[in-house]
Write a protein that binds this ligand. Sequence first.
Ligand code: 3HC
Length: 383
Amino acid sequence: MSLSTINKITVLGSGVMGHGIAQVSAMAGYSVVLRDIEQSFLDKAMEKIKWSLSKLVEKQKLSQADADKIFARITPIVDLKQALRGADLLIEAVPEEMSLKKKVYTEVDSFAEVKTLYASNTSTLPITEMAALTSRPDRFIGLHFFNPPQLMPLVEVIPGGKTNNSMVDMAMGFVQKVGKQPVLCKKDVAGFIVNRVFIPLVHEAVFCQERDNVPMTTIDSAVKFRMSFPMGIFELADYTGLDVVHKATVEMHSRDSKVIRPHPKIKQLFDEKSLGQKTGKGFYEYKGDKYERINLTEQEASRYNPIAVLAVAANNAAWLISNGVCSKQDLEKALKLGMGLKKELFATVQDFGASNVVKTLRDLAARHGPFYEPDQYLVNYRG
Ligand code: 3HC
C-alpha cells in the first residue's frame, strides 16, 4: 500500500468533522464521496462546504473557479454500497459511540473492496479495539482531524496494535498531501494527545466557575488573554459541541478514570440538548447555527487568575510526556496546530511559575482527590 494508490476517498458521516474532511480531501484533488444515512444531512453538509469555500474565496485563498472544481469533486451519496464502490481510502467520522462504530464497521466490511484502507477520525475510542471489528486490522489507523478541519492544521495519526508500518507511512503522507501536519501519537491512550488536554479542561472550567463564583466570560477572557488560547474554554466547548464533549468524556473516563474529573453540568447540557453553537444554546446563547464568537476582553481577563485551568492542562500534558505518548516537542506542536495555542503551554507554565502550578495541584488534590496529584514530569519541570 502506498500513497500513490489513493485516488478515491469515501468519508462516512457528514457532521462537523466529516464534511470538513471531505472538503480538505477534495481541496487536495481527491475524488470524494460523502456518505450519511439521510439526504437532509448531506444537503446541510454540502451547504456548509459551499459556505466554507466561499469564505476561502472571500479571503483570496482560492479562486472562485477552483472553489467550483473542489465542490464538484464531492459526491453526496446515501446508499452505503454505492458510496464504497472503488474507494481506496475510507475515513469514518460517525458519532463517538462504540456500539454505533461496531454496527458501521460490520456493514462497511460487507461491502468494501479488498483494496480499501480504513481510517477512523475517532477522537477517543481505542483504535486497536475498532480495528479488531474489521477484516483488516493491519490496514486500519486513527486519523484524528480537528474542528474546523478546513482551518486547523493538525492531524493526529494513531496506529493500533496491529497496524502495518506501511499504513502508518501512507497515513503520514496523506495528511501532508491534504495540506495538514501529522503528529504521531505513539500510544493508543484515552483522548490521544490533544483531547487528553482539552476535554478535562472543560470540566475544570466549570469547577472553577463554581469555586470562584465568577462569570463564564471572565474565565474565558483569562484563558484567552493570559493562557494564549484563541478562544475561551466555554466558547470552545460550545463551538466543538457539547455532544462531542460529553461523549468524549464518557469514553475517556471509562478507559482511564485518572484522565478526567467529570462535572455533571456537561451531561446536564447534553441531556437538555443544549449542544452549543449548533443548537443555539450551550454554555452561552447564540443567534443561529452560524459561526459566532463570544466577546472576550483583556480588561475582563485581568480580573481572574486561571492557574487551576492551566494546572490541569499542564498535568495531563506532563502525563503524556512521562508515559511516552509523545515528546514535549510533539506535544507543543499538537497544541499549537490542533488548538491554536499562541504560546507553548510549558512557556505559560513558566510565566505562572512551575512551582505555583504544582502547589495549585497539590492544594486541589488535598481537597478534591487524586485526579489533581501532579505528574512527576511537572514536579521536576525547571524549564
Ligand atoms: N471554513 C472557512 N472559514 C471559516 C471556517 C470554516 N470552516 N470557520 C470559520 N471560518 C472563518 C470565520 O468566518 C472568520 O471569517 P471572517 O474573518 O470573515 O469573520 C475567519 O475564519 C477567522 O475567524 P475569527 O476571526 O473568529 O478568528 P480566529 O483567528 O480565532 O480563528 C479559529 C478561528 C481557527 C477557529 C480559532 O479561533 C481557533 O483555532 N480556535 C480553536 C479551535 C480548536 O481548539 N479546535 C480544536 C477543538 S478539539 C477537536 O476538534 C477535537 C475533537 O475530537 C473534539
